[in-house]
Design a protein around this ligand. Sequence first.
Ligand SMILES: *Cc1c(COP(=O)(O)O)cnc(C)c1O
Length: 337
Amino acid sequence: MEIELRSDTFTLPTPGMREAMFQAPLGDDVFGEDPTVNALEAKVAKMFGMEAALFCVSGTQTNQIAISVHLSKGQEVICDELSHIYLYEGGGIMANAGASVKLLKGDLGRLSRSQIEAAISPDDIHACESRLVSLENTVNKGGGSVYSSESLQEISDFCRQANIPLHLDGARIFNAMSVTGQTPSQFGAWFDSISVCLSKGLGAPIGSVLVGSHAFIKKARRVRKRLGGGWRQAGLLAAAGIYALDYQVERLKEDHARAAAIAKICANLPWVDSILPVVTNIVIIRLKEGITANEQVAALKAKGIRCAPFGPQYIRFVTHLNFDDVALAAFETQINQ
Ligand SMILES: *Cc1c(COP(=O)(O)O)cnc(C)c1O
């Protein structure tokens, strides 16, 4: 069988989700009159203990809007060198916000308070003003690594003292919470803005939500419109998001168990050099010297297993709701063929 592990974005809407989409009451969201979009935004804001939320087309859009609202032209965001906002958003920090970036090298993509503190530009006219810190959790390129509560509390305390806003790229924030037991309201207290993807492990077809203060979301709504992201009867999609939050969060731990199983199955294969620590739904494998990612991806594709190249020497598997125990058993058979 064909086994899809390139990304947790390959999930398809479940029957219950499709039914919820079909039934959703709709209106024009640019006029603020789509009841289902309004319900999703209110639900996510309340969940995170934030004042307001904005439903957007993608996680790239929510991150880019947040960066554009927090930063003025010529200022900088501090983030890890593995960050999605830097690597995978088309140069948007510069192109959309006219801003610069200061890259730090963290532990599997996770920054510490002391690193951030040391990176803040001095109050000097030669320097680029550091006006935003952005964290990612889980860290995609860090193999799905998660932040501890202690670390987040320290970073948040520092940013408050320094009066620098703190943004979270929480594309997989529910995966992180599933492992650590942290709650959305803790994240709402630590961060000034959070981007939450509904279309990754949660299994909605489209959409991300940005949460923050009333004043922040009001500005964000204007930036979204400017980017052409004002949408009309988007309640069809918001309904899928509400359904995902109600019924498809608890099951994320199954994805984590299957990712751990994949790592175990792969540990002794001849082409595997090492595997990054697996704590959530991402498995990043370093290939043995002399094997390229493209070669290995093609070899696995020939066995019916789809994965993604992740740099010249790495490949990535991501588990998700369409990868069940039957698929896991098939994975083990097919990879050993
Ligand atoms: C997927 C992802 C995003 C957003 O991606 P979109 O495809 O634009 O929704 C942002 N950050 C991280 C870490 C991601 O993995």
